[in-house]
Write a protein that binds this ligand. Structure first.
Ligand code: HPA
Length: 241
């Protein structure tokens, strides 16, 4: 079988998929963090792999940048490839001046300027939120690993180059931690498809100070988030089995 954007057979994807925005990061995760990883799709260089972590099958597939791209891969994985859970592993720009770079955020709530969630879930005022069971697992594993997981509200934007010069200050005042470009699409689609989702984000640049992670710091933090996300993926695979 194949879908318009994924050229894989049914069963090629594990029930739980880690999803970075960057296709090269999907390759990096497969090569450096999974065992026996195999490329299962690569249309438009949107690479997807399946391997094992601690003996459990896990997949990784890129979302590309932004909700229109991400929604294509998320829909095809959930609807046609039997994927139960997507865990986004991304980076975000920080609004909140007190939130340190290198922090790892679990997006427990999401607001957006995108029309995609409203289009999928009309007449629903419900919050865009992750699967509560995944949040509970993430908190338990963070405690076990002594990882300081920050929980909070994130903003998913359709525009990286934001025209509103006051956005950072206004969002920080409203208690929004950071900005990225895919989480609202993921949470809306998971709800629409009746599946599971969680978004984990590394804080990569400070929008107030302009400070950003060096490439070495970025790599260390990303590795930390990827290992953490894989442990959540293993716990979730056991929970849905
Ligand atoms: N804006 C939007 N998305 C992002 C950013 C940002 O500053 N940093 C990482 N992803």
């Amino acid at each position: 079988m194949s879908t318009p954007h994924i050229d894989a057979e049914m069963g090629d994807f594990a029930p739980v998929v880690l999803m970075p925005g960057d296709p090269l990061r999907a390759t990096y995760i497969a090569e450096q963090h999974l065992e026996d990883a195999r490329l299962v799709t690569n249309i438009r260089n949107a690479s997807g792999y399946t391997g094992t972590y601690e003996g459990v099958r896990v997949s990784v597939m890129t979302s590309g940048m932004g909700m229109p791209s991400a929604a294509i891969y998320m829909t095809e994985l959930y609807r046609f490839y039997g994927v139960e859970t997507i865990i986004r592993v991304g980076t975000a720009g920080v609004f909140d001046p007190s939130l340190e770079l290198r922090s790892i955020v679990a997006a427990t709530e999401c607001i957006t300027n995108s029309s995609i969630p409203g289009h999928l879930l009309p007449n629903q005022d419900s919050l865009l939120a992750p699967t509560q069971e995944l949040v509970t697992m993430a908190v338990r594993i963070a405690n076990q690993e002594s990882l300081d997981l920050v929980m909070g509200k994130v903003f998913s934007t359709d525009l990286f180059y934001e025209p509103d010069q006051n956005l950072t200050v206004d969002m920080a005042a409203d208690g929004v931690l950071c900005v990225e470009m895919e989480t609202a699409g993921l949470y809306a689609l998971a709800k629409y498809e009746g599946r599971r989702a969680l978004s984990l984000l590394t804080m990569s640049d400070h929008l107030t100070t302009g400070e950003s992670l060096s490439s070495a710091e970025r790599q260390v933090t990303l590795d930390e988030m990827i290992e953490f996300a894989l442990k959540v993926a293993v716990a979730d695979s056991e929970a849905i089995d």
